[in-house]
Design a protein around this ligand. Structure first.
Ligand code: NAD
Length: 475
C-alpha cells in the first residue's frame, strides 16, 4: 500500500509527527493509501520554505515563470494515464472521465495562466497636464489554496496556477479524501523547473492542517473551494486577519426547461447535468424545473435516458457513473432520498444503494416536492435530482431563486429575448443557455448568495492573487 508524503521545499517528506489517515478507494471500499495527517510543525517547514523562495519566484522574469508553468502543463499531459488512474481510484469517478476531463483540464489551467500572465497588464489613468496614475500589481506573498474532493486535480490546479503565475508562493492542501494527484504534482512541478519552496503541498484533515493554513499569519490570501458550512468558518477566520479571501461554495442549481426549447438537446444534456461525475459537481443541475405543458413528455423521455445509465466499476469503460466518494457521503445521499419520501416525494427512478463492494448509488429522480422542502433546498451533491413543474416564466424565476444558493443555472429556450430576461432575473453567478458546463477560462467564475464570494477565472484570479498599489505622479 502506498504511503504518500507532503511536498515541502522541493522534497517529499513524511509528516513530522508521523500521523496518517487511511484513504479508502471508493470503487472497492478498501484501504488504498496512507495520507499524512499534517500538523503545525509541517506547516512551519512549508512557511520557512515559502519565505525563502518568495524573493526568487516573485522577482523572476515573467516569461521565465510562464515557461515553467507551460512545462508543468506539458508534464501533466505526458503523465495523463497515470494521473487519470490515480484520480479515478481516489475519487470513484470513471477512468474515462478522469482522462477526458479532469486531467486535461488541469493542464489547461496551467497553460492558460502561463499565457495569461505574460498578457496581464496594469491600468494607467492620465489627467492631461495634471497627473498620471498607474496601478502596480505585485504578488500578495504566501497564499493558502484549499480544494475539495470532487474534481481533485482540476480544482487544485485552478487555484494554484493563477497564484503561481502572479509570483506568489503557495501552501496548498487538497482534500484528504482525494490526495493522490496533488501528491504526484509535487514531483512534476520540480521536473518543470519550479524552484524549491514555491509550491508546498500539505495533506491532512481540514479542521487541523486546513484551519492552520487559514489561521497562519503568513498566508495573506486564502482561496477556498468546498462546502458552504466550511466556507463560513474559513471566511470568518481569514477576515479576522484582514486576509484576502475567495470562497467557491455549494450550489442547488436550477435547470429550467421551457416548452419552446429543443427538447432532444434539453433531455440529452439534462441527463449529463444531473449525473455526470455521480452528480458530484457543484454545477450539476439538481433541480429540474419543467414548464407544465411539456412536463409529461420531458419526464418520460428523461426517465428513458436514465434507464441507460450504467453504474459500475470506475475502471470499466462502459460505466457511465462510478462510485460515490466515501461511505459517509453514500449515507448522506441515501438519507436525503429517505427524507424526500417523508416530504411527500415520489421516486420515479433509482433511490437505492447498489449492493456490491464500494460506494455505489443509483441515479435517482424524484417528483412531487414543494420548492421549499429540504430536499429542494439543501445541497445533496450526489446523483439525485428533483422534477418540478412551473406554469410561466415568472414562476420559473421564483422557484429558481428560492434557495440560499446562487452558483449556476441552465435555461432551455428558443426565445432569445426570454433567454436574456430569465438570465438577468436568476440570481446565479453562471448562466448557461441551451448548454451546460461549457467554459471559457477567461470568464469570471463563482457564485452569488451562499455560493461564495469573489470570482475565479481569467484576470479575476490574477487580480485576486495580487496587491494593487496606486502610484500618482503630479505633472
Ligand atoms: P469541505 O468543505 O468539506 O472541504 C473542502 C476542503 O476544505 C477540504 O480540503 C477540507 O479538508 C478543507 N477543510 C475542511 N474544514 C476546514 C477548515 N476548518 N479550515 C480549512 N479547510 C478546511 O467540502 P468537500 O466535501 O470536500 O467538497 C464538497 C463541497 O464543495 C460541495 O458543497 C460543493 O458544492 C463544493 N464545491 C464548490 C465548487 C465551486 O466552484 N463553487 C466546486 C467544487 C465543489
Amino acid at each position: 500500500m502506498q504511503k504518500i508524503q507532503n511536498f515541502v521545499n522541493g522534497e517529499y517528506r513524511d509528516p513530522i509527527k508521523g500521523d496518517y489517515i487511511e484513504n479508502i478507494e471508493p470503487g472497492t471500499g478498501k484501504v488504498f493509501a496512507q495520507v499524512p495527517n499534517s500538523t503545525q510543525e509541517d506547516l512551519d517547514l512549508a512557511v520557512e520554505a515559502s519565505k525563502e523562495a518568495f524573493p526568487v519566484w516573485s522577482r523572476m522574469a515573467v516569461d521565465k515563470r510562464s515557461r515553467i508553468l507551460h512545462k508543468l502543463a506539458d508534464l501533466i499531459d505526458y503523465n495523463l494515464d497515470d494521473l487519470a488512474l490515480m484520480e479515478s481510484r481516489d475519487n470513484g469517478k470513471p477512468l474515462w472521465l478522469a482522462k477526458a476531463v479532469d486531467i486535461p483540464r488541469a493542464s489547461a489551467n496551467f497553460r492558460f495562466y502561463a499565457s495569461a500572465i505574460v498578457n496581464f497588464s496594469s491600468e494607467a489613468q492620465v489627467s492631461e497636464g495634471f497627473m498620471v496614475n498607474y496601478t502596480r500589481r505585485s504578488p500578495v506573498g504566501i497564499v493558502g489554496c484549499i480544494s475539495p474532493w470532487n474534481l481533485p486535480l482540476y480544482l487544485f490546479s485552478w487555484k494554484i496556477a493563477p497564484a503561481l503565475a502572479m509570483g506568489n508562493c503557495v501552501i496548498a492542501k487538497p482534500s484528504e479524501l482525494t490526495p493522490m494527484t496533488a501528491f504526484l504534482l509535487g514531483k512534476l512541478s520540480k521536473d518543470a523547473g519550479m524552484p524549491n519552496g514555491v509550491l508546498n503541498i500539505l495533506h491532512g484533515e481540514g479542521k487541523s492542517i486546513g484551519q492552520a493554513i487559514v489561521e497562519h499569519e503568513v498566508t495573506k490570501a486564502i482561496s477556498f473551494t468546498g462546502g458552504t458550512a466550511t466556507g463560513r468558518i474559513v471566511g470568518a477566520t481569514a477576515s479576522q486577519q484582514f486576509k484576502k479571501v475567495s470562497l467557491e461554495l455549494g450550489g442547488k442549481n436550477p435547470n429550467i426547461i421551457f416548452a419552446d426549447c429543443d427538447l432532444d438537446e434539453a433531455v440529452k444534456t439534462s441527463v449529463k447535468s444531473s449525473f455526470t461525475n455521480q452528480g458530484e459537481i457543484c454545477l450539476c443541475g439538481s433541480r429540474i424545473l419543467v414548464e407544465d405543458s411539456i412536463y409529461d413528455e420531458f419526464k418520460a423521455r428523461f426517465l428513458k435516458e436514465c434507464e441507460k445509465i450504467v453504474v459500475g466499476d470506475p475502471m470499466n469503460a462502459k460505466s457511465i457513473m462510478g462510485a460515490l466518494v466515501s461511505e459517509d457521503h453514500l449515507n448522506k445521499v441515501d438519507s436525503y432520498v429517505l427524507l424526500a419520501k417523508e416530504e411527500g416525494g415520489k421516486v420515479l427512478h433509482g433511490g437505492n444503494r447498489i449492493a456490491r463492494e464500494g460506494f455505489y448509488y443509483e441515479p435517482t429522480v424524484i417528483e412531487g416536492l414543494d420548492k421549499n422542502c429540504r430536499t429542494n433546498q439543501e445541497e445533496i451533491f450526489g446523483p439525485v435530482v428533483t422534477l418540478n413543474k412551473f406554469k410561466n416564466e415568472e414562476e420559473a424565476i421564483d422557484i429558481a431563486n428560492s434557495t440560499r444558493y446562487g452558483l449556476s443555472c441552465t435555461i432551455w429556450t428558443s426565445d432569445l429575448k426570454r433567454a436574456h430576461r430569465v438570465s438577468h432575473a436568476v440570481q446565479s453567478g453562471i448562466i448557461w443557455v441551451n448548454c451546460w458546463l461549457v467554459r471559457d477560462l477567461r470568464t469570471p467564475f463563482g457564485g452569488m448568495k451562499d455560493s461564495g464570494i469573489g470570482r475565479e477565472g481569467g484576470n479575476e484570479a490574477l487580480r485576486f492573487f495580487s496587491e494593487p498599489q496606486n502610484v500618482c505622479i503630479k505633472l
